[in-house]
Design a protein. Structure first.
Length: 256
């Protein structure tokens, strides 16, 4: 599809491209938005039940404009399907888990090739998300470190049972990093995860944040010899967009 430039404010514009295709994995049309020309590929996963434009609406793209326009990063953002899985109170737990796995396949088999085609085969892909998006971003990386090269996870909990209303089965286990990493013994997968220089776990300590969830997950990674960075901000940093707008530019400025 043709790209266009949109005005972030009176002085800054950014290249933006909208694409969409019918997803074989999800059996529905799935849009994706791209910002920028080149750089490390950053794949944003929405917070909860939001869509692919959520991060733009909450001014994340404005704060990241210097890194996008400067060619340090190229941003991709996709839709959530949480309303068709864990946040859907009408669905049976087993069906929610099936939908979760279909989402994973959509990312691995459709979104990753799209990103590679839009960048290069050598361009690293880093997943990124806040809140529920942090869990998804971490899960996508840890399950397929051959495809995803790292993760920036903000204000997350990494135990999927926080969202499953008491339901638990094998598929919940294998999509819950706090569960499956503890017992992961596959040397090849562990070595691929350990090679990443970008496992960033960020959290505030203010209202509605759960820094102990981040600390617990970081401790689990440490027990597996996985390199990570845990960054716990103070009590003035709440579970909200101003926190994430402050965190991300700092990390793209200093870690990439």
């Amino acid at each position: 599809m043709p790209y266009f430039y949109f005005k972030i404010n009176f002085t800054i514009s950014m290249k933006k491209e909208l694409n969409s295709w019918f997803s074989p994995a999800l059996q529905k049309e799935m849009p994706i938005v791209t910002y920028g020309d080149y750089g490390t590929a950053i794949l944003f996963v929405p917070t909860a039940a939001a869509d692919y434009l959520e991060y733009e609406r909450f001014q994340l793209m404005e704060t990241l404009a210097p890194y996008i326009n400067g060619g340090k990063i190229k941003v991709f953002s996709i839709n959530s399907i949480n309303n068709e899985s864990w946040l859907n109170k009408e669905m049976e737990g087993a069906h929610k888990a099936i939908r979760q796995n279909q989402f994973n396949e959509y990312v691995y088999n459709e979104v990753v090739p799209f990103i590679k085609n839009s960048t290069s085969l050598e361009t690293p892909i880093i997943t990124c998300g806040a809140s529920f998006g942090a869990l998804h971003s971490m899960n996508l990386f840890l399950k397929r470190p051959d495809l995803i090269n790292g993760v920036i996870a903000m204000s997350g909990v990494y135990d999927l049972t926080e969202y499953t209303d008491g339901y638990f089965d094998e598929q919940v286990y294998f999509n819950s990093p706090m569960h499956y990493i503890r017992n992961l013994e596959d040397h090849g997968i562990l070595e691929q995860i350990r090679r990443s220089n970008h496992v960033h776990i960020l959290t505030g300590s203010g209202a509605y944040e759960d820094p102990n969830a981040s600390r617990a997950f970081a401790g689990l990674l440490y027990s597996k010899g996985i390199n990570y960075e845990l960054d716990v901000w103070g009590e003035e940093w709440k579970h909200d967009w101003p926190t994430w707008r402050a965190m991300l530019p700092l990390y793209f400025d200093t870690r990439f």
